[in-house]
Design a protein around this ligand. Structure first.
Ligand code: SF4
Length: 331
């Protein structure tokens, strides 16, 4: 581990000013569950870390507003997962957190930091002997001709096919959540659906956030589909594993006709993947198992499997179909 400067601000305004003054090479951390891992592996080497864990006012889960749920970015994953309103009205969000990581990590990790976790691609984390455009721009991509079983079938490019590893962002994307950010230029709102970039030719640029921008809050609209929702996650083992395929799904049915449908995919794409065409195929029509299956197939119509991950297309279609049936049972 290399030497680095350490600061512990008390307010978000102080944190933002500190980070702006310490650029380049400064990073925020809250729970530290991603950044310290990557520092130990030598993937990240910030000159300054700004510990926002004690910043005041960013831990509240505010369910008092009739239009939206507001969650401070420093709220622990476990606190959000077990909040009664989140469980009842935003079921897929709660499940996405319960199915992520271990209990110890869920107690430490913040919901803001979770959005910014980096890929688990073994070549990215494996050290300088592997070519990786995400770690060293222009160096190549060892995964394209290497072992790519866990990589993306949607959203990849010739430069990078790494899967976005998170669950929470997938569920938030399905329900049109937004993040509020703070920087020296003021506050702004960013849709979670637009927060993560497709890799294109610049896979090292992972989000639309500026280097000095801090996520302070997550806001999720209340919807009938949120109440009849689920986060279905398929992995190699039932706990402590990342998704091979996952689906955040919600349905609003009236007399078995679909009023609203939400489908977002995880474990199969380079960024949280909203399947809008698949949603549109359901809306306005009677809900049936065949319609669910058809929507799932539409969600994967543009998939481009690699040498070792063709199974993800069939697995993803089953995952989405099963998730839609679960959501139907809850509606
Ligand atoms: Fe690096 Fe992306 Fe290739 Fe993995 S898939 S080696 S993260 S460029």
């Amino acid at each position: 581990m290399h030497d680095f400067a350490y600061h512990r601000p008390r307010s978000s305004a102080e944190a933002v000013q500190l980070l702006a003054r310490s650029q380049p090479g400064a990073r925020y951390f809250a729970g530290g569950t991603t950044l310290f891992d990557l520092m130990k592996l030598g993937v990240e080497a910030p000159a300054t870390v700004i510990d926002i864990g004690r910043v005041e006012g960013l831990r509240e889960i505010d369910a008092s507003d009739r239009a939206e749920l507001r969650i401070g970015a420093l709220a622990a994953m476990s606190d959000v997962a077990e909040h009664p309103v989140v469980q009842r009205e935003f079921t897929a969000l709660s499940e996405s957190l319960w199915k992520a990581a271990s209990q110890q990590l869920r107690n430490m990790a913040s919901v803001g930091g979770n959005l910014l976790q980096r890929t688990r691609c073994a070549y990215f984390r494996g050290g300088p002997e592997f070519a990786c455009n995400k770690r060293v721009p222009g160096s190549g991509c060892a995964a394209l001709a290497g072992v790519n079983r866990g990589h993306a079938v949607l959203g990849g490019s010739e430069a990078c096919v790494a899967v976005y590893p998170g669950d929470w962002a997938v569920a938030l994307a399905a329900f049109d959540a937004q993040v509020d950010t703070l920087s020296p230029r003021g506050e702004r709102a960013v849709a979670v659906r637009e927060l993560h970039r497709a890799p294109g030719a610049t896979p090292h640029l992972e989000t639309v956030l500026a280097a000095d921008e801090l996520i302070v809050r997550i806001r999720v609209p209340r919807t009938p589909a949120g109440r009849a929702s689920t986060y279905h996650k398929i992995r190699d083992r039932e706990s402590y594993a990342f998704a091979l395929a996952s689906a955040a799904v919600g349905l609003h049915l009236r007399a078995n006709r679909v009023v609203d449908a939400r489908i977002a995919l995880g474990g199969v794409a380079t960024h949280p993947w909203r399947a809008l065409e698949a949603e549109r195929s359901l809306v306005g029509r009677p809900f049936t198992q065949a319609a669910a299956r058809r929507a799932a197939e539409i969600a994967f119509a543009q998939a481009k499997p690699l040498e070792h991950n063709g199974f993800k297309v069939a697995l993803g279609i089953e995952t989405v179909t099963d998730a839609l049936m679960l959501a139907r049972d809850r509606s």
